[in-house]
Design a protein around this ligand. Structure first.
Ligand code: HEC
Length: 135
């Protein structure tokens, strides 16, 4: 969410600055040009999902708390066990076996059926959220 906002702002500033130097119009014209560019850029950037919110609505929160073991390991423990986003993504796509608590894998396996059907974008939102807790 934050990242998108920042990049939209940065883009609009870049575009805005480009337009300002190229057309050199009055103060009023300059403002109009910047405004239009901001809207155009914003329209092209899809609204990013809030990682924490999406993680909650996906049901993961029922078994995974951020910092303590519930039914499943904490998000912090999961993030610590995975080296990077790619390996965690592979697990959630059903391409690799459990490494955190394999003895309890039977509880997580049905969840992987859900995560592996998610779009690449949605899966990335969850993976970034989890790996954001790596210390
Ligand atoms: C019914 C409870 C339950 C739900 C709901 C659940 N999990 Fe799990 N999860 C577990 C258990 C138990 C484990 C420990 C077994 C294991 O490591 O696979 C686990 C382990 C994991 C792991 C570590 C896998 C590993 O390598 O060991 C990840 C990552 C994970 N869950 C992500 C998720 C995500 C993302 C969601 C939501 C889409 C979710 N879980 C929903 C119970 C659950």
């Amino acid at each position: 969410m934050k990242k998108v906002k920042i990049s939209v702002l940065a883009l609009s500033m870049l575009f805005g600055a480009g337009l300002l130097t190229s057309c050199g119009g009055s103060e009023e014209q300059k403002e109009t040009a910047t405004e239009i560019t901001t809207e155009e850029v914003a329209a092209e950037v899809p609204a990013a999902k809030d990682g924490a919110e999406f993680y909650k609505t996906s049901g993961c929160v029922a078994c995974h708390q951020v910092d303590k073991k519930l039914v499943g390991p904490s998000i912090i423990d999961i993030a610590a066990a995975y080296a990077d986003e790619a390996t965690l993504t592979a697990f959630l796509k059903g391409e690799s076996a459990a490494i955190v608590d394999p003895a309890q894998a039977a509880l997580m396996t049905p969840q992987v059926e859900i995560t592996k059907k998610m779009s690449a974008e949605d899966l990335q939102v969850i993976v970034s959220y989890i790996m954001g807790h790596k210390k």
